[in-house]
Design a protein around this ligand. Structure first.
Ligand SMILES: N[C@@H](CCC(=O)N[C@@H](CS)C(=O)NCC(=O)O)C(=O)O
Length: 258
């Protein structure tokens, strides 16, 4: 019999929005089981489970309750498992506003890295199939010539949108640099969901060594190599510092394959 109180987190290994919720759960000590989905194969299960016309991860499920979309998940976790130390009531509005601004650049970050990343088919396929069953791996590898253009279309991975993404990321990096001059944490004097959101959504650019995908030398060179203009910025150094100080070990328990 399944345990209806158990929390399942559906993710994709490379997803930075998934990392945001994984980090929040780890930081708050909320027990969960991670179910890692294979890109492309994730589409139908997430569409059906989410019930919102969206195919995105992360999604959490407890019994028959399913919540998709990271800010909605944060709200639901606070309601069900709160009070959360990463969401202090006295600064809630400010924290949520910062969460919103970094959530808004997540897709741009993915767009920015995938444009050059797609030149490295073997790396992309290895990452995409890390948790794939043998048949999923065969489908994704054989279907790559179709999946890749569909993915590029869906995520608007083209030079025009990548240029817009670069400007937006740059603006947020500058905002972050000004903010961290005021203190180590974005709000107050301890880690909040504002820091977790900013650090996890910028992590694919900052490549903290704690992250099992972004921290590899191959990812750094082939995907994040384009982010040279920010590589040594105080903002991305802050991301690495926050990971080093607060992230702990990612995947203490390896995710289940779907
Ligand atoms: N607003 C969503 C965005 C999530 C998102 O874009 N997730 C990406 C992975 S980082 C995804 O699932 N992409 C595949 C898809 O859209 O089907 C959230 O905050 O959870």
């Amino acid at each position: 019999m399944s345990n209806t109180n158990a929390l399942t987190l559906y993710t994709i290994n490379m997803s930075h929005y998934s990392e945001k919720i994984r980090w929040l759960l780890d930081y708050e000590g909320i027990p969960y089981v991670e179910q890692a989905l294979t890109p492309a194969i994730h589409t139908l299960p997430m569409l059906l489970k989410g019930g919102r016309g969206q195919t995105t991860v992360p999604l959490v499920q407890r019994g028959s309750k399913r919540v998709q979309d990271s800010p909605r998940i944060v709200d639901w976790l606070a309601q069900e498992y709160g009070p959360l130390k990463s969401l202090p009531a006295e600064s809630l509005d400010e924290i949520i506003a910062i969460q919103r601004r970094f959530d808004a650049i997540g897709k741009g970050v993915a767009r920015y890295l995938y444009l050059p990343g797609f030149a490295h088919k073997a790396l992309i396929l290895d990452i995409w199939t890390q948790f794939a069953t043998p048949w999923e791996s065969r489908i994704v590898r054989a279907g790559y010539p179709i999946i890749k253009p569909m993915f590029k279309l869906k995520l608007k991975i083209n030079t025009k949108h990548v240029a817009i993404a670069e400007q937006r990321i740059d603006a947020e990096i500058k905002w972050l640099e000004a903010r961290i001059k005021q203190g180590r944490y974005l709000v107050g004097d301890s880690l909040t969901i504002a820091d977790i959101t900013a650090a996890s959504l910028l992590a694919p650019l900052a490549c903290p060594e704690e992250h099992p995908i972004y921290g590899t030398s191959e990812f750094r060179e082939k995907m994040a190599g384009v982010a040279k203009l920010w590589a040594d910025s105080p903002a991305l150094q802050w991301v690495r510092d926050i990971y080093a100080a607060h992230r702990g070990q990612i995947w203490q328990v390896m995710p289940n394959a779907a």
